[in-house]
Design a protein around this ligand. Structure first.
Ligand code: AGP
Length: 611
């Protein structure tokens, strides 16, 4: 989704802005632009297409040591040159970049038009530039404040003004913004990736906070202009891990492929230092809960979106099984709209790769507003969700670029297993079971590598599945969230209609659709439901439905006619993640077979930062 970068200091801004925008490309965008303040005022270059196109067409005279840049994901108006950010006022003295959505844009556009302002774009953002220009406050801070006072909605914005060439003023409400501190130079970004090569010392703005950034420092304040005195902190992240994710430094056909193959090491990282073999438990220092508080938990509610929601369902099963605490997962995008009852003895768990997904962030805020305790399972260090939570588990998957989440999802599962283990061991989970799970978790990275080694065979199976216009993914109990995630991946990148169903529900309706043209991918863990699962497979083959079964090598499918995909067995509670991995590769190879751009699936962005 939209990305922001800003620079002020001793260097030419444009190359730094363009480099920062390149590092935000993975978020998904359809146009890009930059503005700098030079000797003759504000200069803007923007156009639909890639950052590369913008770089190639940048005017030769584009000097300026202060500037802002943006990658746009169209919300108001199509992706074209005019709608690209930055937007300016009529005189071209103010330039604004904006992430988020201004809810009252239509009313503001009308008001401006009635006042004689000629709006040139279809965007909500343009109104901000005109509102800043219309303010008569003496300072740029005052003018931005006046503009924001008229706005309802979400924003991360950065504003430059030809009359105030020594500063950038930024503001945040619901859309992430960080200020980066360099050596006599300062940065702004919506995502650390944009500036990590220059600094890891950053200040995260909170909602309702603004900042003035000059070449030598920054100050933060609220909309009433009272200071908030925010200090920068140095993040414990490795800038090189972001470099490794740059397109020119990888040797894979796509980021998704690279990230799938990184899963064994990623899983090792999330486990590192967190397993206790002696006591058969996990140590998760970041939860900020003592044993008494942990024992007091009566219910767990997991909140996430898309794949994070599905892995949340896997996490809920783990928590119920190991800790015997009632647990369920809910789509964070729906949660706040039903005015949820927040219970004091419920532990809320937000799960997110990016830590920026607005629906998940707003769900967290809803819980906290009503006095609930939320912990986060988050990959991006220092992200909005991570900061909003009372504690949490960082996933250490490393930067994930592909829209289709793979390694972060695997580490979410492992994170839930660690959480379930720790919760279980302060309750009734025996030390023997604890040790059994610890040993199982230690085995996971190696088993993940074994599954990835089957890629060639999986690619062949995927080629067959890709031919179908429509597919079912089925599973039950532990296998159902696996089926949901498998269908999600398949739809996301192959654009085939893939529907997930509980195997047990097939006979209540969807069997009517089973035919030789509609294949089913069935997830069959080796658990207490094995006989029932195998029975249901007969119902599919009896209707001549092509069948692919993802199961374990010691499972006897009897006379079921199916293509088998076997994964190693672990402890039954941990099997869901092993059963998930082949589904990633099936989706990936189906999409490749169909010739799709896997890292940039149509209509999707990496981080969904608008409602
Ligand atoms: C995963 O493949 C999807 N792209 C998507 O469902 C994603 O998991 C969801 O948007 C949540 O993202 P988050 O983990 O960054 O919050």
């Amino acid at each position: 989704m939209c990305g922001i970068v800003g620079y002020i200091g001793g260097q030419q801004a444009a190359p730094l802005l363009l480099e920062g925008l390149t590092r935000l490309e993975h978020r998904g965008y359809d146009s890009a632009g930059v503005a700098v303040i030079g000797g003759s005022g504000v200069k803007v270059a923007k156009q639909a297409g890639r950052v590369r196109d913008l770089t190639d067409h940048l005017p030769r005279r584009f000097a300026g040591k202060v500037g802002i840049g943006h990658t746009r994901w169209a919300t108001h108006g199509p992706a074209n040159d005019v709608n690209a950010h930055p937007h300016t006022d009529t005189d071209g003295r103010v330039a604004v970049v904006h992430n988020g959505i201004i809810d009252n844009a239509a009313a503001l556009r009308k008001r401006l038009a009635d006042d004689g302002v000629q709006l040139v774009s279809d965007t909500d953002t343009e109104v901000v530039a005109h509102l800043v220009a219309a303010s008569v406050a003496e300072t740029l801070e005052g003018r931005v404040r006046d503009a924001l006072a008229a706005i309802d909605g979400t924003y991360g914005i950065a504003v430059v003004h030809a009359d105030f060439p020594d500063r950038i003023v930024v503001a945040r409400n619901g859309s992430p913004l960080i200020v980066g501190v360099g050596d006599k130079e300062m940065f702004v970004a919506s995502d650390l990736a944009a500036i990590v090569r220059h600094t890891t010392t950053v200040a995260h703005l909170d909602d309702g906070e603004l900042a003035t950034i000059t070449a030598t420092g920054f100050t933060t304040f609220r909309e009433d202009l009272t200071a908030t005195g925010k200090q920068a902190i140095t993040l414990d992240v490795d800038p090189a891990s972001y470099d490794a994710a740059l397109p020119d430094q990888w040797g894979h056909a796509s980021f998704m492929h690279k990230e799938m193959l990184e899963q064994p090491e990623a899983a090792e990282r999330v486990l590192r230092g967190r397993l206790d073999e002696r006591f058969g438990t996990a140590h998760l220092g970041g939860l900020n809960m003592d044993a008494r508080e942990t024992r007091a938990i009566r219910r767990v509610k997991i909140l996430g979106c898309g794949s994070a929601y599905y892995v949340g369902q896997m996490g809920a099963s783990l928590i119920e099984e190991l800790a015997r605490i009632p647990a369920d997962a809910e789509a964070a995008s729906e949660f706040r709209y039903r005015d949820p009852v927040i219970e004091p003895d419920t532990l809320y768990v937000a799960v997110s790769q990016s830590g920026e997904t607005i629906d998940t962030l707003l769900a967290v805020q809803e819980v906290r507003r009503k006095g609930g305790r939320v912990i986060g399972l988050v990959n991006v260090v220092g992200s909005a969700i991570a900061r909003e939570c009372d504690g949490g588990i960082y996933l250490h998957a490393g930067p994930e670029v592909a829209v289709a989440s793979t390694k972060a999802l695997t580490n979410m599962f492992v994170g839930f297993a660690l959480l379930a283990l720790q919760l279980g061991r302060v309750r009734d989970l025996s030390i023997a079971d604890g040790r059994r799970l610890v040993a199982g978790l230690q085995e996971l990275p190696g088993q993940i590598a074994q599954i990835l080694a089957q890629e060639e065979d999986l690619a062949e199976i995927a080629t067959g599945l890709a031919e179908a216009e429509s597919l079912f993914f089925v599973g039950r109990v532990r296998g159902f969230p696996v089926a949901r995630e498998g269908a999600q991946k398949f739809k996301e990148i192959s654009y085939r209609h893939a529907e997930a169903y509980q195997t047990s529900e097939l006979k209540h309706g969807p069997l009517a659709l089973i035919s030789p043209d509609v294949p089913t991918v069935a997830v069959v863990p080796h658990d207490e439901l094995i006989d029932r699962n195998v029975g249901a497979l007969h119902e599919i083959t009896a209707r001549r439905g092509p069948l692919v079964v993802v199961t374990h090598d010691d499972v006897d499918l009897g006379d079921v006619v199916a293509t088998r995909i076997d994964v190693p067995r672990n402890e039954r509670e941990l099997d869901p993640i092993l059963l998930t991995l082949p589904l990633q590769l099936l989706a990936y190879h189906a999409a490749r077979h169909l010739g799709h751009d896997i890292d940039k699936p149509r209509n999707l962005a990496k981080s969904v930062t608008v409602e």
